[in-house]
Write a protein that binds this ligand. Structure first.
Ligand code: GFB
Length: 315
């Protein structure tokens, strides 16, 4: 990518899109195109095609998606499969039709089989049953990966797909019903500390293991791959190590400074027991994450207190 190439970031207000936008600006890319949901409904094919025909972006980061934590996925299956299929299909098709140079599509570690051998290698995709709580999102994302591979095969379109692990960082969703575990626990511990409550409830048994990558590291990896990677083969992006939910809760409790007790609500779903990525393919290309988990949680908590808990934003 040259600094004056036109780059479209789809989903620039979300956790990942905002981080990619920050990284592109920091690297001096000046010809960046974004559209809010109000300006461009990505589920409307005609609107998306009109936008691509007018703007003719050369590079596309497809970070727009309907995302959420385990409860949101389990509660809104139609939205997770429908909206994601519509948005990604419209963007991939329009980008190819209007001659875009390259497109990066974002998959997720949660679309691998529920009981895939750990750590999960890219070739394990589609080798087993999906996790029931988010199979709808998973099928949509798998379709997006297949569409990128098909458009490369038939049209020679340089579309690549990456598979990020669980992400967190500034700009995350802190709504307690729809968010992922890390932001949810930051908010729960903060509010319990501020209110002087004695207890914080953690969903599930605390036993599942999860890998967490700071979203700024993900953005760095996305630019790295857009510049250097061109293949139909998907590529994992992660930290290469995981932590139990119970250990994560203890870590966040310590960072926030909550002194009460934790209780585990086993009536809530645990989800996949483990989904650690094998990151050797990306490591062999020369990329490494830079932000350690505790440092990333401390930075995210500081952002949350300033931007969200401080009342500067509704959540
Ligand atoms: O982050 P999370 O919602 O999604 O849940 P997944 C991870 C684990 O944390 C589960 C537990 O075992 C939850 O039960 N957990 C404990 C909590 N307390 C909480 C809480 O207060 N809120 C939440 N949300 N979880 C998602 C997929 O799976 O991974 C999505 O459903 C997406 O599609 C995402 O791909 C990356 O990691 O289980």
């Amino acid at each position: 990518m040259e600094h004056d190439d036109k780059i479209y970031i789809a989903g620039h207000t979300g956790l990942v899109g905002a981080a990619i936008l920050r990284k592109l600006r920091a690297e001096g890319f000046a010809n960046l195109v974004t559209r809010t949901h109000a300006d461009l409904d990505l589920t409307r094919q005609a609107a998306v095609e009109g936008f691509f025909e007018r703007e003719l972006p050369e590079y596309v980061f497809l970070a727009a998606a309907k995302v959420g934590g385990i409860l949101a996925n389990d509660t809104y299956p139609a939205e997770f499969i429908g909206r994601n299929l519509m948005m990604q299909t419209n963007i991939i098709h329009a980008a190819q039709r209007t001659g875009a140079e390259k497109l990066l599509f974002l998959g997720s570690s949660c679309i691998y089989p529920r009981l895939a051998p750990q750590p999960m290698r890219e070739e394990y995709l589609l080798t087993g049953e999906l996790e029931p709580t988010n199979e709808w999102y998973a099928v949509a994302k798998i379709a997006g990966i297949k569409m990128c591979q098909a458009y490369r095969k038939q049209y020679g379109f340089d579309a690549i797909s990456c598979m990020p692990t669980n992400l967190y960082g500034p700009g995350d969703n802190f709504d307690l019903e729809s968010s992922h575990v890390l932001p949810a626990l930051i908010r729960k511990f903060h509010e319990a500390k501020e209110a002087g409550r004695e207890e914080v409830v953690i969903w599930g048994t605390g036993g599942p293991l999860r890998e967490f990558l700071h979203v700024d590291d993900l953005a760095d990896a996305c630019l790295f791959l857009m510049e250097r990677y061109s293949s139909p083969v998907i590529i994992n992006i992660g930290m290469g190590r995981d932590i139990s939910i119970a250990e994560l809760a203890e870590l966040i409790r310590d960072v926030v400074g909550f002194t009460g007790r934790l209780t585990f609500d086993a009536s809530k779903p645990d989800g996949t027991p483990r989904k650690l990525l094998d990151v050797s393919r990306l490591t062999s290309l020369g990329w490494q994450p830079k932000i350690a988990l505790r440092e990333g949680i401390e930075q995210t908590y500081a952002w949350y207190v300033e931007q969200v808990a401080g009342g500067n934003r509704s959540i």
